[in-house]
Ligand binder design. Sequence first.
Ligand SMILES: NC(=O)c1ccc[n+]([C@@H]2O[C@H](COP(=O)([O-])OP(=O)(O)OC[C@H]3O[C@@H](n4cnc5c(N)ncnc54)[C@H](OP(=O)(O)O)[C@@H]3O)[C@@H](O)[C@H]2O)c1
Length: 253
Amino acid sequence: MSKSIGIIGSGMIGSQVARLAMAAGYDVVICNSRGPETLTDLIAELGPKARAARLAEVSSGNDIIILAVPFAAYPKLPADILAGKILVDTMNYYPERDGIMGEVKTDKIASSELVQKHLVDSCVVRAINNMDFVRLLSRARPAGHNERSALPVASDFEDAKASVINFLDDIGYDSVNMGALSESWRSEPTMPVYVNPYWRINTVYESGPTDVSSFMTALGNVVSKEKVTDLLRKAVRHDKMYGSLGNFDINKA
Ligand SMILES: NC(=O)c1ccc[n+]([C@@H]2O[C@H](COP(=O)([O-])OP(=O)(O)OC[C@H]3O[C@@H](n4cnc5c(N)ncnc54)[C@H](OP(=O)(O)O)[C@@H]3O)[C@@H](O)[C@H]2O)c1
């Protein structure tokens, strides 16, 4: 039986997940906000097992759908159309990009819990949010490879979580179970497992790429299941768990 995945958002992370999924034998259906006619270059690059569509079609033909849009767009995602689907929430809150969103209170509610509240009849799974899109491709390895990295996964729905763990396994990653969505703050921006361990030697959180050419080319690091487990355990929650692309002071926004 052919495997298929839906992707909402065709930018850096959506297109990279498409590449990984296709390499693992999946058919891919992908959409953006402007319509399938704007995706001809990407589809030409991906090849015949990829197709551009509108969001409703991405949803209707797939059980697992990757949400790869800016966090500010989550309230616009249609809860009725996405009802019953497994939704992989890759979205992180970046105030510079997303604007100030009053519902975000990082010390009280995980961003994926907000997404689940909105998409109330779907099964939201937090995953693929803590690794940058370059390393996501360069560090993927087949099951059993001694350089395999792991990604944290959380959901309030165990069956949905298991399906996403299978998908991650297919595209090149082990998983570490964070538990319910209420625990998913542990993989949000500024936390020890967010981006840096996969990319930099220094695992202290730094905002934004310091050197763009090295960001685009560095192979990155193996981050094993044991290491991810340890980094999740070291997470300490606070009220400014936002991504930043540079010097951004939320108090002056
Ligand atoms: N980039 C990374 O390394 C990375 C890593 C982990 C997680 N993430 C997270 O992944 C998400 C996407 O990031 P990105 O870097 O891939 O962004 P991006 O390159 O700017 O791409 C965003 C995509 O979302 C689409 N989009 C926006 N609003 C939409 C809507 N209402 N319906 C359908 N599609 C919509 C855009 O389509 P149009 O172009 O047509 O508007 C575009 O294809 C973000 O939440 C980010 O925090 C990113």
